[in-house]
Design a protein around this ligand. Structure first.
Ligand code: KG4
Ligand code: ZN
Length: 352
């Protein structure tokens, strides 16, 4: 069975094609990030406009990369939430139109769940470093992205319980906001990770959030602590505007703040993951989502979990169509769940 997956929940326009749930035939991603950098964050209207331009060329390129025609495609999977309304509409309208044109079943996919499913991809002719085996169950999964921070207990590919999640900012959002304070380009994750290599992670002691719920997170306090630290370092009080800070901080101070922040944010994630791991003794531990591209997180998780750690190529950590096709396959195979063209609607606030 070959599933074509369409992803347009944020700034990416992506189409991936997956055979038998584990073989990645193609994954084409176009991003409108360059258009958002000047605003320091995603502008929804700009993202949706770019997606409506990129959609068809990305689709055609993905079919060509896979060496497939529409006769080869058995079903279309599409992200219907969560995400930006206008962006989701582009993907869902495209899927509905293609489904009707080519008489293919439609499989609606939850974007956050799909970040886990990308780990089922173990074979590809593309230049990617994929894991040799799919994760084993029960599995413990840390999903860390720009919108989500969750620890999820998976009993099987589609059966899960959320053990904990963020009460406020997602960890990726915290990386993006701290990057802004340091005058680094958007998206903040890769910029912070790069600068952190030059800094001392022990230079500043930043707070790890303490919550009554053992697996829940809070990152807004850490972000505020970085702001107060930067203000103090330049000799100003809390009223000094954050957008003025970068030009007063030295390169050394910025690198040390980036390293100390990264250290604290990642160790906070891992503290909770270790706690959860002790509780359920999973066969696999999966880290996934945009922030899982972080090298420091990967190295530390490897130290902690060894061969039980399941990770895929960092290029599949951020949003892509392959992960949508992968989850689409699991839904189709295990539940036979498809939707008709009329009833498929976007759900921007969809929960897991
Ligand atoms: O999963 P994703 O592509 O989109 C969402 O579903 O949100 O995640 C994007 C997030 C951004 O916040 C970005 O700053 C973060 O992932 N990110 C990273 C790294 N690469 C991307 N965070 C830390 N280290 C990285 N290397
Ligand atoms: Zn995502």
């Amino acid at each position: 069975m070959i599933v074509l997956g369409i992803e347009t929940s944020c700034d990416e326009t992506s189409v991936g094609i997956v055979r038998s749930g584990n073989e990645l035939l193609s994954n084409v991603v176009a991003s409108s990030m360059d258009a958002h950098v000047q605003y320091g964050g995603i502008v929804p209207e700009v993202a949706a406009r770019a997606q409506s331009e990129y959609m068809i060329p990305v689709l055609e390129q993905s079919l060509a990369q896979a060496g497939c025609t529409w006769d080869d495609i058995d079903a279309i999977a599409v992200t219907y939430g969560p995400g930006l309304g206008g962006s989701l509409l582009v993907g869902v309208m495209t899927a509905k139109t293609l489904g009707q044109m080519h008489t293919k079943p439609l499989i609606p996919v939850n974007h956050v769940q799909a970040h886990m499913a990308v780990n089922f991809l173990t074979k590809s002719m593309l230049d990617l470093r994929l894991p040799e085996r799919a994760p084993e169950f029960p599995a413990l999964c840390l999903i860390v992205s720009g919108g989500h921070t969750q620890i999820v207990h998976y009993k099987s590919p589609l059966e899960y319980t959320i053990l904990g999640q963020t009460r406020d900012d997602a960890v990726g959002e915290a990386f993006d906001k701290v990057a802004k304070i340091l005058g680094l380009p958007y998206p903040g994750g890769p910029s912070i990770a790069k600068l952190a290599k030059k800094g001392n992670p022990q230079a500043y002691a930043l707070p790890k959030s303490r919550l009554d719920f053992p697996y829940d997170f809070s990152f807004s306090g850490l972000k505020t602590a970085v702001l107060r630290l930067a203000q103090k370092e330049v000799g100003k009080d809390h009223s000094f505007p954050s957008f003025e800070l970068a030009k007063h901080l030295s390169d050394g101070q910025k690198a040390d703040i980036a390293a100390s922040f990264q250290y604290t944010a990642i160790e906070t994630l891992l503290d909770k993951l270790v706690k959860a791991e002790k509780g359920i003794n999973p066969k696999s531990i999966i880290i996934t989502g945009g922030v899982s591209a972080n090298q420091y997180l990967r190295v530390r998780a490897h130290e902690l979990f060894g061969s039980r750690l399941h990770e895929t190529d960092p290029r599949l950590s951020t949003d892509n169509g392959a992960m949508i096709a992968s989850l689409g396959y699991q839904i189709y195979k295990n539940k036979g769940r498809v939707t008709n063209y009329e009833s498929l609607q976007i759900e921007p606030s969809l929960q897991m």
